[in-house]
Design a protein around this ligand. Structure first.
Ligand SMILES: [Zn+2]
Length: 281
């Protein structure tokens, strides 16, 4: 029986190569289910493989905007052997057929993470060209989500006006998906709510008050919890590697900000997760 849900995490990353079974086991012992989110070909395929070994563990498959341009490399994500480095240094073109094969799998519940990232751009490279590449990959993933009828898992950093205009110009699903770790303005939130999007928040809300105002205006039935592990570990675990178990701290903080009981918040998030991902716990 699931009690909590981590809607966006990365236990399939290299950071957990030696102990992902223990990490998932700890989450399980506390009733925490999860979606492991792919960021390029290897991490997407691996997310599907891991999902097949456990109940309550699902996958999202897609191409993260930072992996559309060359040279971005994170050892926690991809490992630090030279094969992994060589792979990302090229920058990936979105391979529709490859991702469609994965997306049709029954354990895949979303397409992404996809979207825009104008924060981590290549120094010295042509900014317009990079934005164009991100946009191209994003539009193809919107098409894929429409074709396989699965929601989008969107990553967006410092690019909300571009994101909203692309979403408006490209028809998507009735249940469009999730804005993961929403960092836009209240106005951005209102527009995305009108379009039917859900929002996830993670560990950062436990150590800054910067997101409280926007969380207050998002209806309870549109909020989900995430860890984005191995990144942004919540209080009181700061300094340690993050993991899905710690989503419980995020749910507690969301309850406090929304001024509802922890139990009400917990149950509502489970229902919201079932709704947006079309799954039943
Ligand atoms: Zn992520």
């Amino acid at each position: 029986m699931l009690k909590f849900f981590d809607a966006h995490t990365h236990v399939q990353f290299a950071a957990y190569a030696s102990d992902f079974q223990e990490v998932i086991g700890r989450a399980y012992a506390h009733g925490v289910g999860m979606v492991n989110v792919g960021t390029q070909k290897d991490t997407s395929r691996r997310a599907v493989e891991v999902a097949h070994n456990y109940d309550g563990v699902y996958a999202a498959v897609g191409l993260h905007p930072i992996h559309t341009v060359k040279s971005y490399h994170d050892a926690q994500e991809l490992g630090d052997n030279s094969d992994a480095k060589g792979f990302t240094s090229r920058g990936e073109d979105f391979d529709y057929d490859y991702y469609k094969q994965l997306a049709l799998d029954s354990k895949v519940v979303a397409i992404g993470e996809c979207g825009f990232d104008f924060f981590r751009q290549e120094q010295g490279a042509n900014r317009e060209a990079q934005i164009e590449r991100q946009k191209e990959a994003f539009i193809k993933q919107i098409e894929l989500s429409r074709e396989v009828k699965k929601p989008l898992m969107i990553h967006c950093r410092e690019a909300f006006s571009d994101l909203i205009s692309v979403l408006k110009a490209n028809p998507h699903n009735l249940k469009p998906g999730i804005i993961h770790f929403f960092s836009g303005t209240k106005e951005d939130a209102k527009q995305l709510l009108d379009m039917g999007f859900y929002f996830t928040f993670g560990g950062v809300i436990t150590f800054t008050r910067d997101y409280d105002d926007v969380i207050k205006i998002i209806p309870l039935d549109r909020i989900l919890s995430e860890t984005d592990a191995p990144y942004v570990t919540p209080v009181p675990h700061r300094g340690k590697r993050n993991e899905p178990l710690y989503v419980i701290e995020v749910v507690k903080k969301l309850a406090e900000i929304k001024n509802v009981s922890e139990e009400k918040m917990r149950v509502q998030i489970l229902r919201n997760s079932e709704q947006v991902f079309n799954i039943q716990f």
